[in-house]
Design a protein around this ligand. Structure first.
Ligand SMILES: [Ca+2]
Length: 145
């Protein structure tokens, strides 16, 4: 009997979450550029718009800018403007995925972490920093990944 009640309650909830498919689980809108830390790694995930992402260091923080999309920050990163977020150091690695459209991704020479820049489909411009970056176009077989 309890199981049957649970099934009745959960059914409308499942339908409601399907309606909200444009929102991801943390409430960010599709098309936004998401900035987050995973351990000491900085992860930037963009969507299918023409992104222009720059990552640079300023003192003890990492500044992530995307002039082509709204930037959304996940704690401990925080937004400082609609197109900029800041994350605390340490940052030992950087991973940026820009997905489709013609994107530009740049890691500033003042970053001390190596990056993996994934342009995705489109005519992308990937500018690595001074360390051993990995630049990945949309043909994964050609890059050995
Ligand atoms: Ca993109």
């Amino acid at each position: 009997m309890v199981v049957a009640i649970g099934a009745l309650i959960s059914a409308p909830l499942a339908g409601a979450s399907a309606v909200g498919a444009a929102l991801s689980t943390d409430g960010t809108l599709a098309g936004d550029t998401r900035v987050e830390k995973m351990g000491d790694g900085l992860v930037v995930t963009a969507d299918g718009v023409a992104n222009d992402i720059t990552i640079r260091r300023r003192g003890n923080i990492v500044v992530v800018t995307d002039s082509g999309a709204t930037v959304v920050a996940v704690e401990p990163c925080r937004p400082t403007s609609p197109h900029t977020s800041e994350c605390p150091l340490p940052t030992t690695s950087i991973r940026v995925s820009a997905k489709d459209a013609d994107d530009a991704i740049t890691i500033s020479p003042n970053m001390e972490a190596a990056g993996t820049l994934v342009g995705g489909a489109g005519d992308d411009q990937l500018n690595g920093g001074p360390h051993a970056d990995r630049l990945v176009g949309d043909d994964l077989a050609a890059t050995g990944l």
